[in-house]
Design a protein around this ligand. Structure first.
Ligand SMILES: Nc1ncnc2c1ncn2[C@@H]1O[C@H](COP(=O)(O)OP(=O)(O)OP(=O)(O)O)[C@@H](O)[C@H]1O
Ligand SMILES: [Mg+2]
Length: 277
């Protein structure tokens, strides 16, 4: 319905925009042959929220991102901003405002930071061109500048990735997903390889991104980052959600500690740089 035909908002109803989940996954399941990689996962992310998704290797975290973004076949429901999208192709989900990063996503080393983002925003088609002109969709250059600003990389837009710190390189990966009206970003181990200091800065930048209203789903094995940066955390084991709650609830949950092989300290101590994952 066009906006001017919509009924006027009821002034007695408080605004619910920030409380309505941006992402709602309900009973999401993925099966690979005999393996149930995701087993009826129900999870939500609200606008402005950083939500962690953790679990041992092979727990099904990447599979969940694949299922939500349409890169693998799943059963169950996925809604973005209240609209069901579970039958939409990946590019339609992307256009609806959800974007992901890939585990071990590499940057193009021969391109500048801004060009690395431009590659993500290239769009084709006559319809897109007309829509951009008549609906006033910001030009790619403007979108790129906005995304770089969101993660604090404006000053290095014309540098090449190898001139940046590792932490900045990781943020380029995040900015690439934020380009072009992204409302929900799903980050698959975006901070892998960062040391404790860089990882803390990365967490601060993620919080800044969320403050603009973007919903963030963060997958990472760096417990310090996840516990510090997230509002809520879901814990997966063998494809199932075994716990969820605030960082302090999750870190002391005996079920979670057991899933991490009884290593209670793994949920509290910062990982060392050379620690095996
Ligand atoms: N394309 C695929 N085909 C078959 N099995 C797969 C496929 N992708 C993942 N799996 C299996 O699904 C399960 C979940 O894998 P997934 O990659 O989602 O785990 P993860 O939690 O992301 O692990 P990690 O922390 O190592 O990245 C594993 O048993 C994995 O072997
Ligand atoms: Mg994974």
């Amino acid at each position: 319905m066009p906006a001017d035909l919509a009924p006027p908002a009821d002034p007695t109803t408080p605004p619910t925009a920030s409380s309505q989940p941006l992402l709602e996954a309900r009973d999401l399941s993925v099966r690979y042959g005999g393996v149930i990689a995701n087993d009826r996962i129900t999870l939500s992310v609200s606008p402005g929220e950083v939500v962690g998704l953790i679990g041992p290797n092979g727990a099904g975290k990447t599979t969940f991102v694949d299922a939500v973004t349409g890169f693998t076949k799943a059963t169950g429901e996925v809604s973005l901003g209240g609209n069901r999208i579970d039958h939409a192709a990946p590019h339609r989900r992307r256009n609806a405002g959800m974007a992901r990063t890939w585990q071990a996503g590499e940057l193009f080393t021969d391109l500048t930071v801004a060009q690395n983002l431009a590659v993500a925003v290239q769009r084709t088609g006559v319809w897109t061109m007309f829509r951009d002109i008549f609906v006033g969709t910001p030009a790619p250059a403007e979108q790129i500048a906005e995304a770089l600003d969101l993660v604090g990389l404006t000053a290095v837009a014309d540098r090449h990735p190898d001139e940046l710190t590792l932490g900045q390189q990781k943020l380029v990966g995040v900015a690439r997903a934020l380009v072009g009206g992204t409302r929900l970003v799903l980050l698959d181990e975006p901070a892998a390889g960062l040391d404790t200091h860089e990882s803390r800065q990365f967490g601060t930048e993620l919080r800044r991104v969320a403050e603009t209203g973007v919903g963030v789903l963060l997958i990472d094995h760096d417990m310090t980052l996840v516990l510090d940066a997230c509002d809520r955390i879901y814990v997966l084991d063998f494809g199932k959600v075994i716990a969820s709650g605030t960082p302090s609830e999750v870190r002391t949950d005996p079920v979670v500690i057991a899933a991490y092989l009884g290593a209670a300290e793994e949920l509290s101590a910062p990982p060392t740089d050379d620690e095996e994952r």
